[in-house]
Ligand binder design. Structure first.
Ligand code: ADP
Ligand SMILES: Nc1ccn([C@@H]2O[C@H](COP(=O)(O)O)[C@@H](O)[C@H]2O)c(=O)n1
Length: 298
């Protein structure tokens, strides 16, 4: 079948994860040799396409947007498994350069007065974060520049003043945090938004264990903070931002099927990105019936 011939030729020319091409200014060489089918047929067009791609110049001339890193936002309630899901994605994308940026790194340091009454401070309100600084850091990374990200100390509620974590430019940037979908400017940086959806009772149980073991709290202070600040802010800010998610993962890191699908999608996107780096004047668009027609009549 002609359509199948085109599909086969495209797949063999560009690899398995490719979903569509728009050719602009890429001149396809005329088929040569006596047995070459006419370029007006599907098979001829397919062969010419494969041939044209094989001879395209191997330099970079893609639109700058396609050369930018792929940014994934991961949100969800406290202890929902955001970090766990990010780690699993990073592990599965082992053949790509992936960096993780935590919104927690951008907690504002407390004043001496606030520190003295830290139990009354609302760490779950959007104002607790320095979002301007987060935007600056993400902007740098999107421009492929390295950044120094602050290191946050949950035990003392402050940033380590002399230590930073250097984050290098990468193919994929994952931005994780309870409120990364709250600010529209931050959302707009993202190519994909994931919400980790885990039951509140499981999150509270995990939080009690984590905060008493790792964050220097006792059970009573965790429960008090949860009731006064964490739960109300979840209802007011975190849950309403779930509507911005492209993908919702029930059960977090236990949901291997969802994580596999997400990783597969990221690989597809990165495959298109790599293709645009290699072939000049090739623009990747969504695959449609019309796109095939463009190829035939070029
Ligand atoms: N699927 C899971 N099963 C058991 N424990 C988990 C699971 N996912 C996360 N945890 C634990 O729960 C706590 C919070 O997980 P984490 O991924 O750090 O959540 P978040 O980044 O959303 O706060 C950690 O101690 C982690 O080890
Ligand atoms: N000094 C601080 C700063 C933040 N918190 C709590 O951390 C939670 C967000 O981190 P997750 O890893 O759980 O997403 C948030 O709910 C804050 O209440 C804190 O307790 N102390």
């Amino acid at each position: 079948m002609p359509d199948k011939a085109v599909d086969d030729a495209m797949e063999s020319a560009v690899g398995a994860h490719f979903s569509g091409l728009r050719l602009e200014a890429l001149r396809l060489p005329a088929p040569s040799g006596p047995s070459s089918p006419s370029s007006s047929t599907s098979a001829g067009a397919a062969a010419a396409l494969a041939n044209g791609l094989a001879h395209a110049h191997a330099d970079v001339a893609s639109p700058s947007s396609l050369r930018q890193p792929f940014v994934i936002g991961v949100s969800g309630g406290t202890a929902s498994g955001k970090t766990t899901v990010c780690d699993m994605i990073i592990q599965q994308l082992h053949d790509h350069r992936v960096v993780l940026v935590n919104q927690d790194s951008f907690y504002r340091g407390l004043t001496a007065e606030e520190s003295a009454r830290a139990q009354d401070y609302n760490f779950d309100h959007p104002d607790a974060f320095d979002t301007e600084q987060l935007l600056e850091c993400m902007g740098q990374l999107k421009r492929a520049l390295p950044v120094n990200v602050p290191i946050y100390d949950f035990k003392n509620h402050r940033r380590c003043s002399e230590r930073f974590r250097k984050v290098n430019a990468s193919d994929v940037i994952i931005l994780e945090g309870i409120l990364v979908f709250h600010d529209q400017r931050v959302r707009n940086l993202m190519d994909m938004k994931i919400f980790v959806d885990t039951d509140a009772d499981i999150r509270l149980a995990r939080r009690i264990r984590r905060d008493t073991v790792e964050r220097g709290r006792d059970v009573s202070s965790v429960l008090d903070q949860y009731g006064r600040f964490v739960k109300p802010a979840f209802d007011d800010f975190v849950l309403p931002s779930k509507k911005y998610a492209d993908v919702i993962i029930p059960r977090g890191g236990d949901n291997h099927v969802a994580i596999d699908l997400i990783v597969q999608h990221i690989r597809t996107k990165l495959g298109m990105h790599d293709l645009c780096k290699v072939f000049r004047n090739v623009f990747v668009v969504q695959s449609t019936f019309q796109v095939k027609l463009i190829i035939f009549i070029d």
